[in-house]
Design a binder for this molecule. Sequence first.
Ligand SMILES: [Zn+2]
Length: 441
Amino acid sequence: MKSLLIKDGRIIDPGQGIDEIGNLLISEGKISWRGRTPPEGDYDVIHAEGLVVCPGFVDLHCHLRQPGFEEKETIATGTQAAAKGGFTTICAMPNTSPPLDNRATIEHIKAVAAEEGVVRVLPIGCVSKGRKGEELAEMGDLASAGVIGYSDDGSPVRNARLMRQALERSRGTGLPVIDHCEDLSLIEGGQMNEGAVATKLGLTGIPAAAEEITVARDLILAKLTGGHLHIAHVSAEGSVELIRRAKEKGVKVTAEVTPHHLILTEEAVIDHGTNAKVSPPLRTKRDNQALIKGLKENVIDIIATDHAPHAESDKKCDFALAASGISVFETVLGSLMRLVRNGQLPLNTLIAKLTSEPARILKDDKLGTLKIGAPADITIFDPGKEWVVDPETFVSKGKNTPLAGAVLKGKVMATIYGGKPVYKDEAIKLEAGEHILKGES
Ligand SMILES: [Zn+2]
C-alpha cells in the first residue's frame, strides 16, 4: 500500500491534547509521522485545508441485525453506514437471532465482519443465555472468544440476583456489564415519554422513573460487587444525578448518551411519529440540558449511537405496534455539531466523547488516537458543510430517522480505516497516485 499524506488539516486528537494545523503521514496502515514539513517520499496526498482531521469514531453501542434480521441491516450495510458517519470501530449488540450468547456465534460474527465489514466490528456477548434473563451466559468463554462486554440490550436484566452475579463475574473478565435500564413493570404498554405530549397524542406514557429505578438498582449492585457497570443510553435527568453521586463514591460505573437523547425531545413524536419512537423514549428539554451538562462534567463518559435500523414495515404501522429504534450512524456528526455551534459543547469535548473516551472504556490504547504507530483510523470532516438529511440516500437499510428533511451543518468527508479510505463524500476526488481530496467549504 502506497503511503498517504493528509495535508494541512486541523488535527484534533483529544487523547493526546492535540489541536493544531499540520500533516499526518500514513504508512503500512499505521500513523507514521505528524508535523509541519512533510518528509521526502512517494505518497498520495489528501488536501485537508479547512477540514478537521481526528481519530476515527468509536461506537460502543449499535445493532447490526445479523444474523436473523437481515431485512433491517447486515454487517456489510451497517459497517458501510458507520464508515459514512465517520466510525472506524463499532461494537455490535447481541440481540440477534440467534443471540450472541456463546463462542460459536461470536466467532461467526467476527468471520463475517472480517469478510464483509468495511470497519472494525467488536462483538458484545449476552449477559444471559438466550437473553432470557434466567441463567448467566458462559461469560469467561465469551471473553476468550473476544467480546468487549456483556449485555441483554433491547431488554434490561430484570432479575437483581442475576445482575449481581453478572457483575461479580465481570470482575474476573475485566469487561463491563452494559445494562439497558428500564423497569419493565413501569414501561408496560408505554409508547413514549410520560407527560403532556403523550396525553395530547393519546399515547401511553413511560415515566423517567422506569429508568431511574433500574439505574439505582444497578449502581447499588455495582457498589456491592465491585464489577464494572456501563449504563446504556441514559435519557433522564434523574439518572444523571444518580450516576454522579455513585461516581463521587467511587463506584465503578461508566455511562453513555445517544445523539438523539441530547438534541431531540418528546415533541419529535408529534412531527415524526414512529420515526421518533426509541427505547428509552425521547424526553424533555430539561433532560437534554442535564445530559449535556453530565457529558461535559464526565458524569456521562461517552456518546454512543444505539444505531437501531428497522425495515419500513416495522415503522409504517400503529404507534403501539411500531418497533423502537432509529437509524443513527449517518447523522451523528451533523446533528451534534449543532451543540458545538450553540456553545453547549466544545468541539474537542465532542470529539473526545466519540474517540478517546470510548477507547478508554475498551481499554485499548491503539483506538481513538492519532498516536504514532496506532492503526490509521481517521475521520476527516467539514465542520461547516450544510446538507439535508434524505433517508433515501442512507447506505444503512434503516431509513427510519426523526431527522428526515433536517438541514445539518457538519459532514464527514472521508473515513480511513487501517490506512485505507473506506468512505469519501461524493464531492471529493481521491485518486491513487495522484490524489486530491479537498472540502468545498
Ligand atoms: Zn437498549
